[in-house]
Ligand binder design. Structure first.
Ligand SMILES: NC(=O)c1ccc[n+]([C@@H]2O[C@H](COP(=O)([O-])OP(=O)(O)OC[C@H]3O[C@@H](n4cnc5c(N)ncnc54)[C@H](OP(=O)(O)O)[C@@H]3O)[C@@H](O)[C@H]2O)c1
Length: 302
């Protein structure tokens, strides 16, 4: 029977947990507490990014969680991402060492290109290939890459990414990218699996939740799990961290899967219209996250 410890095998043979915790919009203290709580409640996968400004808190939460459970570093799977302002070959290598220091780790399980910054993402990925060949990272991946960007990457690099982390939730199902990634042997991981909270109010999903006597969040996450996605819902509340992980004692019928499949609005156009999205601009900023990053992107010349 599947559970929080269930893994899938990535295209390089590394085993990755299929369910984990996201920490976007959590400050260092919130991230520390959420990560420690999640590990103590059986989570093995944690997803952060330099962009979130909380790698230090995540590192503290990992250490506390491991201490309290008696588990070892190798029992858990940690992901972080190359910040847009760090993209380029040398700057990615430099930033990686600082990211590991903040996380208090000596290797990483999965490193993602956070966004495909044009003119830079190929060199970024080449630096990641160096880190992989040197044993600093167990798997490489990408995030927010549409098929065109992915094909550009595959043409000019040698190691096929293991993961493409994309927004995926009932209202935004990247079905075309999902099928294309499957053909290439790339596993999709869903970010904002609860639609950042938005999908929780959906009336169709609420009716399904009543029938299954489950919470709306559990129905959405179970639907994504049955769609074969890796999922990383974020919460800073213990009760929700536990609730979100309790999706392994029931399954949705094909008919109910289809009801949620039909909710797709293709709502998110960010990946298709890069130029409208500030994160795509290496000199751009978005909200507070960039401001409280612990390295200054201005330190990097290229
Ligand atoms: N690669 C990328 O570009 C990218 C972009 C965005 C996100 N991500 C990753 O994906 C992770 C998840 O995405 P996300 O954080 O955007 O959104 P999400 O997981 O879809 O939703 C998180 C929101 O839902 C609330 N929530 C969580 N569980 C709940 C429950 N059981 N009942 C009611 N509300 C609940 C949370 O509030 P509380 O915390 O207050 O409980 C938070 O407001 C991120 O944290 C990050 O690690 C990656």
């Amino acid at each position: 029977m599947s559970n929080l410890k269930s893994t899938l095998e990535l295209n390089n043979g590394v085993k990755m947990p299929k369910f984990g915790l996201g920490v976007w919009k959590s400050n260092n203290t919130e991230a520390k507490n959420a990560v420690s709580t999640a590990i103590q409640n059986g989570y093995l996968l944690i997803d952060t990014a330099k962009q979130y400004g909380n790698e230090t808190g995540v590192g503290q939460g990992i250490r506390e969680g491991l201490q309290k459970t008696g588990m070892n570093r190798k029992d858990i799977f940690i992901t972080t991402k190359v910040f847009n302002g760090d993209q380029g070959y040398d700057s990615t290598l430099y930033a990686f060492e600082n990211q590991l220091k903040r996380l208090n780790l000596n290797y990483l399980d999965l490193l993602l290109v956070h966004w495909p910054v044009d003119g830079k993402f190929i060199d970024t990925y080449k630096a990641m290939e160096t880190l992989y060949k040197n044993g600093r990272v167990r798997a490489l991946g990408i995030s927010n890459f549409n098929t065109e960007r992915l094909n550009q990457l595959l043409d000019r690099t040698t190691i096929t990414p293991t993961i493409n982390q994309m927004e995926f939730n009932p209202y935004n199902q990247e079905n075309e990218i999902l099928s294309n990634n499957k053909l290439q042997g790339i596993q999709m991981e869903a970010w904002s699996p609860l639609g950042g909270g938005e999908a929780l109010a959906d009336p169709v999903i609420n009716q399904i939740a009543v029938r299954y006597k489950k919470s709306v969040a559990q129905i959405i996450l179970r639907w994504e799990y049955q769609r074969d996605l890796v999922i990383i819902p974020k919460s800073i509340h213990e009760q929700r961290i536990i609730e979100n992980s309790q999706i392994f004692d029931f399954s949705l019928t094909d008919q109910d899967m289809e009801l949620i499949n039909n909710l797709d609005k293709g709502q998110d156009h960010r990946v298709l219209h890069y130029d409208d999205f500030k994160w795509h601009n290496p000199n751009g900023s978005w909200g507070d996250e960039v401001d409280h990053c612990e390295d200054s992107p201005a330190n990097y010349a290229d």
